[in-house]
Design a protein around this ligand. Structure first.
Ligand code: NAD
Length: 260
C-alpha cells in the first residue's frame, strides 16, 4: 500500500474555517498530520467540527486565530510553534478573498485589499515559517484559474497572477534548502465563496469546462495532500489546475461543441 507519510508532520493551513481550507484540514488530519488550522475567528469555526477525532485518525488538530495580512500575527504563530518544540513540514496558503469589480470600476483600494490577503498574506506566511521548516518541507499556494486566464473580476485576477510569480520565486529561492513550493489552481469549486455566484456565471463556467461540472472541496484537498506528501518529492515550481479542464483548451471548447 502506498503511504502518504504525513504521520509526525506538522502542517499549517490558512483560511481553514470553511470551504477548501476546512476540507484540506480534514484530509490532512485523516492522513496522520498534526494540522495547525488558522482563520480570522477567535474560536474554532463550526466548519472544522467534522474533522476526524484523534481516536479515529493518527493526526491531530490545533486551531489558532490568524489574519494572514497581519505580519505580527504570523510572527506570533512562528514563536508559538517554536515554543511547542515543533517544526513546520507543510504550509497551505489557502486563505483568499474575492472582489468582483470590473475593469472600469475597480479602485486602487479594491486592488490593495485583495493583494493584501491573496498575495502579501502568502508572502508573510512563507517569510515567517521558512525559519521553522527543515529539508523536505512543502508549501502549497492556492491560486485560481483566474490566475491562468483573463477572468473578468480584475483585482482578484491580478492578485492570483501575482501569486503565481510569488510561487515561482519561492520555489527558486527555497530549493537549495530542500523546501518545495507549488501552486494549485482551482476552477469552480462549491464553497461558501461561490455559493452566491449568479446562475449566469455558473452556467457560463460549466459551458467552458470539459468535465461539465463544478468541483468539490475534496477534489482540491486531494491534490494539496499529494503536494505535501513525499510522493511529490521531486515536484517544485509546478502549477496544477484542479478545474475540470477549464483552463486547458484556450477557448477551443465552444468550437469543439459547435461541431459535435
Ligand atoms: N471556490 C472556488 O471556486 C475557488 C476557485 C478558485 C480559487 N479559489 C481560492 O481557493 C481558496 C479558498 O477558497 P474558498 O472557496 O474555500 O473560500 P471561502 O470564502 O469559502 O473560505 C475562505 C476562508 O478564508 C478565510 N479568510 C479570508 N480572509 C482571511 C484573512 N485575511 N486571514 C485569514 N483567513 C482569511 C475566511 O474566513 C474563510 O474561512 C481562496 O484562495 C480562493 O481564492 C476558490
Amino acid at each position: 500500500m502506498v503511504s502518504l507519510q504525513l504521520e509526525g508532520r506538522t502542517v499549517v493551513v490558512t483560511g481553514a474555517g470553511q470551504g477548501q481550507g476546512a476540507a484540506e484540514t480534514r484530509l490532512l488530519v485523516d492522513a496522520g498530520a498534526r494540522v495547525i488550522a488558522t482563520d480570522l475567528a477567535a474560536e474554532m469555526p463550526a466548519g472544522l467540527a467534522s474533522v476526524p477525532s484523534p481516536s479515529v485518525s493518527n493526526g491531530a488538530l490545533v486551531y489558532r486565530q490568524l489574519d494572514v495580512a497581519d505580519a505580527a500575527g504570523w510572527s506570533d504563530l512562528a514563536s508559538w510553534i517554536r515554543s511547542q518544540g515543533w517544526q513546520v513540514d507543510g504550509l497551505v496558503n489557502n486563505a483568499g478573498i474575492t472582489q468582483r469589480s470590473r475593469l472600469l470600476d475597480a479602485s486602487v483600494v479594491d486592488l490593495q485589499r485583495v493583494y493584501e490577503v491573496n498575495v502579501a498574506g502568502s508572502l508573510l506566511g512563507i517569510q515567517a515559517l521558512t525559519p521553522v521548516m527543515g529539508p523536505g518541507a512543502s508549501i502549497v499556494n492556492v491560486g485560481s484559474v483566474a490566475g491562468l486566464t483573463a477572468h473578468y473580476p480584475v483585482a482578484y485576477t491580478a492578485s492570483k497572477w501575482a501569486l503565481r510569480g510569488l510561487s515561482q520565486v519561492a520555489a527558486l529561492e527555497l530549493g537549495p534548502r530542500e523546501i518545495r513550493v507549488n501552486a494549485v489552481h482551482p476552477g469552480f469549486i462549491e464553497t461558501p465563496m461561490t455559493a452566491g455566484a449568479r446562475p449566469e456565471f455558473r452556467q457560463a463556467t460549466l459551458a467552458e469546462t470539459p468535465l461539465g461540472r463544478t468541483g468539490s472541496v475534496e477534489e482540491v484537498a486531494a491534490v494539496v495532500l499529494f503536494l505535501l506528501s513525499p510522493l511529490s518529492s521531486f515536484v517544485t515550481g509546478a502549477e496544477i489546475p484542479v478545474d475540470g479542464g477549464q483552463s486547458s483548451h484556450g477557448g477551443a471548447k465552444s468550437v469543439s461543441d459547435a461541431l459535435r
